[in-house]
Design a protein around this ligand. Structure first.
Ligand code: SF4
Length: 204
């Protein structure tokens, strides 16, 4: 099985509680107006990688001096590859370092529950979701989401205190990392900053 991959990075501090592995899946059919990452919309064949390789790369982070204490999956739209996403999470199940999986999705959790109940059966494959379509203009002061309508839903109750604390106290921040010959900003910018970040020398 293959999975469309945009980026894998560790450590990530700006998307979820703790020090996490960040996984951005390539491809999104939703095309929200104002999306900060339209470069992740396509599904180009060269971005498809063997799922087993991705599993091994994620697990390899646990062998280093600094161990992850969670995995955040974003995109793109992770649930536009439901088979690959499900298989990835099943392969990672039981690995303590990534038992806390947070997924950012543009689909509402009630829609996902109906379409993909296997992710939420007991025990669930995800610890928490930040769900709902990104809405341009619906600004938010919450650092963990892009628009006010989005929700945090917690599926693994043992992680409730961790996520409730994070949702209350998370500070907005962007982490600058190098990927090949490109610099990337990891995190959730304020809506009003997106255009400026894409073109820092353009008109305000
Ligand atoms: S779901 Fe996410 S990646 Fe897809 S268009 Fe909306 S904001 Fe962008």
């Amino acid at each position: 099985m293959k999975v469309f991959l945009y980026l894998l990075h560790f450590p990530v501090y700006t998307l979820g509680p703790g020090t996490r592995v960040g996984l951005w899946l390539q491809g999104c059919t939703r095309h929200c107006p104002g999306c900060a990452a339209p470069e992740t919309w396509d599904f180009p064949p060269e971005k498809a990688v063997p799922l087993e390789d991705l599993v091994q790369r994620i697990l390899s982070f646990s062998c280093g001096p600094r161990r992850p204490d969670g995995l955040t999956i974003s995109g793109g739209e992770p649930f536009d590859q439901p088979e690959a996403l499900g298989e990835l999470l099943r392969r990672l199940r039981g690995q303590a370092a990534v038992s806390d999986v947070l997924v950012y999705t543009g689909y509402r959790s009630d829609v996902l529950l109906e379409r993909h109940p296997e992710f939420f059966a007991d025990p669930p494959l995800v610890a928490a979701l930040v769900d709902g379509a990104f809405e341009k203009g619906n600004v938010t002061d919450s650092a963990w989401k892009g628009s006010e309508n989005q929700n945090l839903t917690i599926w693994k109750k043992e992680f409730s205190p961790r996520y409730e604390e994070w949702a209350k106290r998370a500070a907005r921040g962007l982490q600058k990392v190098r990927s090949g010959d490109t610099w990337l900003l990891l995190g959730i910018p304020r809506q009003e900053d997106v255009a400026r970040l894409k073109n820092p020398y353009g008109p305000v």
